[in-house]
Every structure is written in structure tokens, then in C-alpha cells.
Ligand binder design. Structure first.
Ligand code: C2E
Ligand code: MG
Ligand code: MG
Length: 690
């Protein structure tokens, strides 16, 4: 296990509980070390040092101390050093003094190589000495007291003694390190233990369990001992790999900060742990002029700026606080325990001060500024989602009033009571799964074949009746509910796709997502997991994003787009033509379909301008090798003109309106086979009744 002071170069402040603990353990540990050394017979040691086995072991212990096996990226769970296996073997074979000496030298050398501060090295020597001493004492009670002159080789009958010694070793290390972590991060010891002991005990069981075998091999043929490096390396690399994956899922790639997922987990933990007299603070930070820097200086400079900001923020909070990047230039800070609003404001002011210090990049100085919104539990909200929303409201106030820092104030909540209550209703509707998806087919203009369906949200409010998505989706988009809404739609659509695909109706379902969703790095994973759960190919789903993503800050959405492309889930650009975006940008994104906005399509035949626009979009889309889809096709005439232009697919009331899943299924079964070609008797009257 690593010690908690690993994150800091300076030691804990004198007089703090952590300082007292570290100092106390260091003193006790070194006393144990001295006692052990006094029991070491120098002539025996010199004798031992003449044997090659001693040096083989010494090298293995030192090498094993260089890098820990990491089993989890959770902050409190440190690594486990492979040297444990060999020092425990030395303890069994040559006795405690020898083991303590080797371990101490190895830890000290590790400290020099990795340039750890001396107090860290001292604590590590102390805690590993105490662990070995605990194990040595247990062995002693079984009458096992080996020495270099009288080495001990275990046999099957000694399993109990070895097992108990191993447990004593692990228990000592776990308790010492977890206590330090708990004091450092101001968390309860039991929680740190719970988070740590599980994964650590497995690695320790593996390392300590092999130690008696090392001893047997040592006594049989020392030359074979290095063979133990092979299984050790295997464990090391598998653990490192899985740890890296773990880490990636929970951290932001650019800044290395925890991502939203980890923030949610940490916040929920903090809320569960919160004491009566304390508060949990959630801050939302947004850089004020980041977009300008990004646009004028380019994304690489923007990226570096974000990294610097991340660095500054993490150094402005206490250990145990969590600085996370939510995406773009949005950061969040979690304070698991804060006294009152005054203290929260102080921390916020400090964070903001860290931001406002000018940044030098590429020989230029940038004045960055940020706005901080504060929401406190339990004062402002009972859970993570609402805390974040309230912090968002506060941040908006800070931005608008140019005050820099604002605490959430219910009476200043710009969300009008109606909007808030609608948001609340929407939240409940999502929780109770009251929202429905309707499906509207997309039909090939060339062959009349169904090309897929678009899923469109329908909400029947218990009191106000049906509310169109254009009324509630934009509202959700401005709040943290959007993620939940999109997650809901994706889950529903996948479930429906599974029902259809597994009954032979292989129709692609397009799901609308908002530009904000592309900032969510968890989106590709949600899709991947969902597709796997239902045994669906990636092409069973398509995502539709509005054209706005082409005009906005693409850099941060691109990661998600790339991940989606890797996953194989196709992407469509929705409402194309409304955003005046550069068409060339289409090419840079992995897009398979462009949907031409209904406002142009519906005026084909009425306005020559609109018709020309549609024709040029169709041409361009074709030249880029993409599929063009016309939205809002209401008449046969428009469909025929679109077909003439070479538009690939059409969607609209001409074919049918969005309908509930059961109706859509019936319609699809009727139309998947021989659908007449457009313009060949395909009249609205017939199809509308479908
Ligand atoms: P959209 O993605 O462009 O969806 C097409 C809209 O055109 C739908 O409106 C559909 O009912 C309507 N429509 C279909 N055929 C015709 C036609 O022939 N003529 C006309 N005038 N309209 C037609 P809807 O269902 O009211 O949805 C409106 C918008 O709300 C959608 O536009 C989409 O941006 C958003 N939306 C709907 N469902 C979702 C969702 O699940 N998630 C997200 N993020 N947005 C959604
Ligand atoms: Mg759409
Ligand atoms: Mg559209």
C-alpha cells in the first residue's frame, strides 16, 4: 500500500492529527526496527552475505519495491509492492531481523529513486517494519524463530501459523495505511477500509501465499528463485491494465481529473456520510472567456489552458475534495464536508482567485476568469442531480451579475416557477417511465423500402395533457436533466430495437440527442453496454444531432464522436440548413446521414430559392458520399421533386405520422416487403390510414 502523503511533496502540518499519527507510527516503527537490529547477529549476517541466495533475494526485494501493483484507481486504494512476497519469504526463512533490514533498505532506495520526501520514506519503513514484526510475533508464538544460522523451511503442518502470520501482516499494513488515508482525506476509517480491503486483500493473498513456496524453492535450489518473477510480472501487468481501464472510465482524458461519473459516485458517498452539523458543497465553475481563446488560438492552446486550469484548481482545495471536469470548460468541485455558507464562499473565492491569475501560453498572456456557483446539501437540494442544477443556477447568476461567486438563492432562481415545476414533472415522468417514444418511418425515394425509423418523444402530462417535445426538450437541454432524458430515450429505443430485431424486423432506430449530450463521455459506453445487453449490432441505432454541433466548439464533442465511430454507431446531422454551418466540416466528422430541415423541404414547389437550397444540399451530401434525408415531406409532389433531385430518403406525413411502437410494428410489417415506388400510386390517403 502506498501512503496517503504521496499526493503532496510537503509533509502534513505539524500539530495536525495526521502529523501526530505519522510521527507516532514512525517512532514506534523505528523502535521496532532498532530492537530487531539488536537481535541480528552480525557474524551470521556476514556469513549470509557470502551466499548468492542473499543477493538474489536482495535484488528481488529492491526490484519489487520499485513499482506497486495497482488494483484500483480509487484515491484511497494505493498499490501493493511485489517485494512483499520476497520479504515475507525472508521472514519465514531467515527470521525477522533479516527481513526488516532488507525491507528497510529497499524502501529507502525506492525513496531515493522516486525522489520521495524523507518523511514519506520514514513512514513507509516504519509501517512495513511493524507489519513484519506483527507477522514475526505470530510465528514466534508457534515457536518459529528462524535466523540466518538456523533457517526455517515450512511444511504442510505449518499452514495455520503461516496463515495467521500473513493475516497479521496484512491487518497491520491495512490499518496503518487506511488510518493515514482517513486522517488525510477526513473520511471515516471504516469507509476507507471498506473501499480498500477487498481489492487489496486479494493481491496480498496472492503475494503472501506464494512466499512459503519461495522458501521451499530457496532451500531446494536458490537458482530457481528468479523464476517467481514470471508469475509476478503477469499479475503486475494484468492488474495494471485493468486499473488503467478503470481509471479511463472514471477520468477525463485531457486533464486527468475525475469525470462526471466519478463525481457522482463521490458526491453520493459524501451525502451518505454527511454529518448533521456539516454540509456538503457542490461548486460549478465555468471559464468566462475560454471560447475566445479556443477560437483565436486554436484547440491545442485551448487544451493546454484547460490543463493549467485543472492543475490550479486541484491545488486550491484540500485533500479529500474532488475537482472534476464535466466537459468543455465546465468544472465541478465537491467539498465532502464544509462548515457553513461562509466557509463555502471562502473556498469558492480561493478557487476563483486561482483562475484569475493570468496564464502565459505561447508567449502570450491570457486573462482567464471564471464564475462559481455554490449549492449546499442539505440546504439547497437533497441529491446530486438537483445540487448540480442548483449550482448551475447559482453559476448563471454569478456570470450574469459579474459577481464571480454566487450561492444558490431560491428566490433568484431564474427558472420561473412554471419552468421549475415543469422540470420537476419531467423528472418524475422520467423516473416513473411515463414518457413514450413514437416512431416515424424513413422511406427510400428510389425503391420505396423502409430505411429506418426515427424515435420521437411523447409526453402526456397528467394535468396539462400532451406536451410537444419542442416545449420540454429545450428546457431539459438547459438543465442537468438532459442526460437523464437522453439515457431514458436510448434505453427505451434499444429495448424496442431488441424486440423488433429479435422478431425479424431489422429496422434501424434513430434517436435524437442534444449537442450537450456529446459532452458526455459516458454516452458511448451507455450505448455499448446497451447494445451488448440486447445482442444488437451497432447499426441497429443511429444518433441524430442538430447541425449546431458543426458551428460550436467541436473539439470537445469530437472525443465522443470518435468513440461513437469506433463503436460503429452511425451519426446523422439533423435539421440541416438552419445553422449556416460550414459544409466542409461535415467531412471531418464521421457522419453517415444528413437530414434536410423541414422548413426548406415543405416549401419545395412554392419557392424557387428553397428548392435551389435543397437541391444544392442534396448535391453536396451526395458528393461527400453521405445519405440525404428530407424531413417534413407532406405531399406526393414534393416527394417526386426530391426523388428527381437525387435525394435518397424521405420522412413525413406523406408516409405516416409518428406512431406508438405497436402501430409502427404493424406498419413496418405491412411495408417492409413490396412498398410501391414513390409517385407510382403512393398516395397520402392510403398511407395515412396505416
Ligand atoms: P426532429 O428530430 O427534426 O424531428 C422531426 C419532427 O418533425 C418531429 O416533431 C416530427 O413529428 C415532425 N414531423 C414529421 N413529419 C412531418 C411532416 O410531414 N410535416 C411536419 N411539419 N412535421 C413533421 P416532434 O416529434 O414534435 O419533435 C420535434 C423535435 O423535438 C425533434 O425534431 C427533435 O429535435 C426533438 N425531439 C423529439 N424527440 C426527442 C428526443 O427523444 N430527444 C431529443 N434530444 N430531442 C427530441
Ligand atoms: Mg430528428
Ligand atoms: Mg429534424
Amino acid at each position: 500500500m502506498t501512503d496517503p502523503t504521496d499526493t503532496r511533496d510537503t509533509g502534513p502540518r505539524a500539530g495536525t492529527p495526521l502529523w501526530a499519527f505519522l510521527a507516532g507510527i514512525t517512532v514506534i516503527g523505528f523502535t521496532a526496527l532498532v530492537v530487531a537490529m539488536l537481535r541480528l547477529d552480525m557474524s551470521e549476517l556476514v556469513e549470509l552475505a557470502r551466499t548468492p541466495l542473499f543477493w538474489v533475494l536482495a535484488v528481488l526485494v529492491i526490484l519489487g519495491e520499485l513499482r506497486p501493483v495497482m488494483v484500483s484507481s480509487a484515491a484511497a486504494v494505493g498499490g501493493t509492492y511485489p517485494s512483499t512476497m520476497f520479504t515475507f519469504a525472508v521472514l519465514l526463512h531467515f527470521g525477522l531481523p533479516c527481513a526488516v533490514l532488507m525491507q528497510g533498505v529497499a524502501v529507502a532506495m525506492n525513496g531515493v529513486v522516486t525522489r520521495k520526501s524523507w518523511h514519506r520514506v520514514m513512514f513507509n519503513i516504519a509501517q512495513s517494519t511493524l507489519a513484519l514484526t506483527a507477522a514475526g510475533v505470530v510465528l514466534g508464538t508457534f515457536g518459529i524463530v528462524p535466523s540466518p544460522a538456523l533457517p526455517w523451511v515450512p511444511s504442510g503442518g505449518n499452514l495455520l501459523a503461516i496463515g495467521l502470520a500473513g493475516i497479521a501482516y496484512f491487518a497491520t499494513r491495512a490499518t496503518l495505511v487506511c488510518s493515514a488515508v482517513a486522517l488525510h482525506e477526513r473520511r471515516s476509517l471504516s469507509r476507507v477500509l471498506r473501499a480498500t480491503v477487498g481489492p487489496q486483500s486479494l493481491v496480498y493473498a496472492g503475494l503472501l501465499g506464494l512466499a512459503p513456496l519461495v522458501v521451499v524453492v530457496m532451500s531446494h535450489s536458490p537458482g530457481l528463485v528468479p523464476l517467481f518473477v514470471a508469475p509476478l510480472a503477469a499479475v503486475y501487468f494484468t492488474a495494471t491494465l485493468s486499473m488503467r481501464r478503470d481509471h479511463q472510465a472514471m477520468h477525463d482524458e485531457l486533464t486527468g481529473l475525475p469525470n462526471r461519473k466519478l463525481l457522482i459516485v463521490s458526491t453520493e458517498e459524501a451525502l451518505a456520510e454527511a454529518r448533521q452539523d456539516e454540509r456538503v458543497g457542490l461548486f460549478l465553475l465555468d471559464l468566462d472567456r475560454f471560447k475566445e481563446v479556443n477560437d483565436t488560438m486554436g484547440h491545442p492552446v485551448g487544451d493546454r489552458l484547460l490543463q493549467m486550469v485543472a492543475h490550479r484548481l486541484t491545488h486550491s482545495v484540500r485533500p479529500g475534495d474532488v475537482v472534476a471536469r464535466l466537459g468543455g470548460d465546465e468544472f465541478a468541485v465537491l467539498l465532502p464536508s464544509i462548515r457553513d455558507t461562509h466557509a463555502a464562499r471562502e473556498v469558492a473565492a480561493r478557487l476563483r482567485a486561482a483562475l484569475t491569475e493570468p496564464v502565459r501560453l505561447e508567449g502570450m498572456t491570457f486573462d482567464v476568469d471564471g464564475s462559481v456557483g455554490i449549492a449546499l446539501y442539505p440546504d439547497h437540494a437533497p441529491d446530486f442531480e438537483l445540487l448540480l442544477q442548483r449550482a448551475d443556477v447559482a453559476m448563471y447568476l454569478a456570470k450574469e451579475g459579474r459577481t464571480g461567486v454566487e450561492l444558490y438563492q431560491p428566490d433568484k432562481d431564474r427558472n420561473s416557477p412554471e419552468r421549475l415545476s415543469l422540470l420537476g414533472d419531467l423528472r418524475r415522468a422520467i423516473d416513473n417511465r411515463e414518457l413514450r417514444l413514437h416512431y416515424q418511418p424513413k422511406v427510400s425515394l428510389g425503391t420505396g423500402a423502409v430505411q429506418g425509423v426515427e424515435a420521437l418523444l411523447r409526453w402526456r402530462h397528467p394535468a396539462n395533457g400532451p406536451i410537444p417535445p419542442s416545449d420540454f426538450v429545450p428546457l431539459a437541454e438547459q438543465s442537468y436533466l438532459m442526460r437523464q432524458l437522453t439515457a431514458y430515450v436510448i434505453d427505451e429505443a434499444l429495448e424496442q430495437a431488441a424486440r423488433w430485431w429479435h422478431t425479424g424486423l431489422r429496422v434501424q432506430i434513430s434517436v435524437n440527442i442534444s449537442a450537450r449530450d456529446l459532452l458526455d463521455s459516458a454516452l458511448p459506453e451507455r450505448l455499448e453496454v446497451g447494445l451488448a445487453k440486447y445482442g444488437l449490432p451497432p447499426a441497429a441505432i443511429q444518433l441524430e444531432v442538430t447541425e449546431r454541433i458543426l458551428t460550436g466548439d467541436q473539439a470537445y464533442t469530437q472525443e465522443t464522436i470518435k468513440a461513437l465511430a469506433t463503436l460503429g454507431v452511425p451519426l446523422a446531422i439533423d435539421d440541416f440548413g438552419t445553422g449556416y454551418s460550414s459544409l466542409i466540416r461535415l467531412q471531418r466528422l464521421a457522419i453517415s446521414e444528413v437530414k434536410i430541415d423541414a422548413s426548406f423541404v415543405s416549401r419545395i414547389g412554392e419557392s424557387e430559392d428553397e428548392e435551389r437550397i435543397v437541391r444544392s444540399i442534396v448535391d453536396l451530401v451526395r458528393s461527400l458520399g453521405l445519405r440525404s434525408v428530407a424531413e417534413g415531406v407532406e405531399s406526393d409532389e414534393v416527394a417526386i421533386r426530391l426523388a428527381d433531385m437525387g435525394c435518397d430518403v424521405a420522412q413525413g406525413w406523406l408516409f405516416c405520422e409518428p406512431m406508438p411502437a405497436a402501430d409502427a410494428a404493424a406498419w413496418l410489417r405491412d411495408h417492409t416487403e413490396a412498398m410501391p415506388k414513390v409517385g407510382l400510386g403512393y398516395t397520402p390517403e392510403i398511407t395515412r390510414t396505416a
